[in-house]
Design a protein around this ligand. Structure first.
Ligand code: HEM
Length: 274
């Protein structure tokens, strides 16, 4: 190969790598801002009533599986579930910022432990709620979120194992997988509201909260982010310019859709309840 051809190839590969980093960063900034709006909603809607009235604070909330008279354990699960969500939704994006990891390692470790415990307890509480009192969405919806709960437990176990073994590369990978699974409920809301805004809610029966779109979204809420993450790992490990550009276009389109969804969820679900 001539020097010129070699130089052109290297320049192309460099451009593709830069584009991968740029689109991934853009995705992260949008996702972090969207998590921020969801966090504000969680802090404003769930914390004040539960802080002042305890489990009775769940009464009258918009949660169909929220408060049940005389069901102490179920109500405790529901209250802890929505309170722990603040650590998961607020802490997840912070854990992924490299500058925080390198400049404040003690904070990273402390938040990481809290995040891990919160994700495990919240998943267990969620599983308990779904299978003892149910929620909206029918059996397929229940199975979709159940698999998410199981993945959270598995990913948390691997992230912890590799952190304790000081195998940081593997720890980082499992922690990123945990982030995608633990934020699935956020992806669900954003995915649904973006769809409603763009199509008016095709394939969604709002009476029963079932339908083909919800069936797909029930699993895509974590399988799609997890698949994109694996693709990102691959782009870094075995870069080919064509594969990298395909990743850039795919993540670019998904990020644009995610931004529509964040706007729609903020305006339609979260900000009106503040
Ligand atoms: C660990 C990450 C999770 C977070 C951050 C989270 C967050 C939340 C939040 C904020 C709510 C309140 C609903 C709203 O106002 O939008 C909620 C409700 C709920 N979540 Fe989760 N969740 C998680 C995982 C799960 C899992 C794995 C399950 C089940 C296996 C689950 C089951 C439920 C149920 C049953 C409700 C009540 C819905 C109702 O009242 O019908 N969650 N969750």
């Amino acid at each position: 190969m001539s020097d010129l051809a070699m130089d052109t190839r290297l320049a192309r590969a460099g451009g593709a790598k830069r584009a991968v980093n740029l689109v991934t960063r853009a995705w992260f900034v949008a996702a972090a801002l969207g998590h921020g709006v969801f966090l504000v909603y969680i802090l404003a809607v769930f914390f004040p009533p539960i802080a002042t009235e305890g489990l009775d604070g769940l009464r009258g909330m918009h949660l169909p599986a929220g408060f049940r008279e005389g069901e102490f354990l179920g109500n405790l699960a529901a209250a802890s579930h929505v309170l722990l969500a603040a650590i998961i939704i607020g802490g997840g994006p912070l854990q992924l910022v490299p500058a925080i990891r390198s400049r404040f390692p003690a904070f990273h470790r402390w938040l990481g432990r809290s995040y891990l415990v919160a994700a495990v307890l919240s998943a267990l509480a969620g599983l308990y709620m779904v299978w003892t009192r149910g929620t909206v969405g029918g059996l397929v919806g229940h199975l979709g979120i159940t698999l998410d709960g199981v993945l959270i437990l598995v990913f948390a176990a691997f992230a912890l194992r590799y952190a304790l073994a000081r195998r940081i590369r593997e720890h980082r990978r499992w922690a990123l997988r945990l982030f995608m699974a633990a934020s699935a409920v956020w992806f669900f809301r954003v995915g649904l509201m973006g769809w409603v805004m763009l199509t008016g809610g095709a394939g969604v029966d709002f009476e029963t909260f079932t339908g083909p779109f919800l069936t797909v979204l029930g699993f895509a809420q974590y399988l799609l982010p997890l698949a994109m993450l694996e693709w990102y790992f691959r782009c870094q490990a075995r870069p080919s310019a064509r594969g990298q550009w395909l990743y850039v276009v795919t993540l670019g389109v998904l990020t644009a859709y995610m931004c529509v969804g964040i706007f729609a969820a903020a305006m339609g679900l979260w900000l009106p309840r503040l």
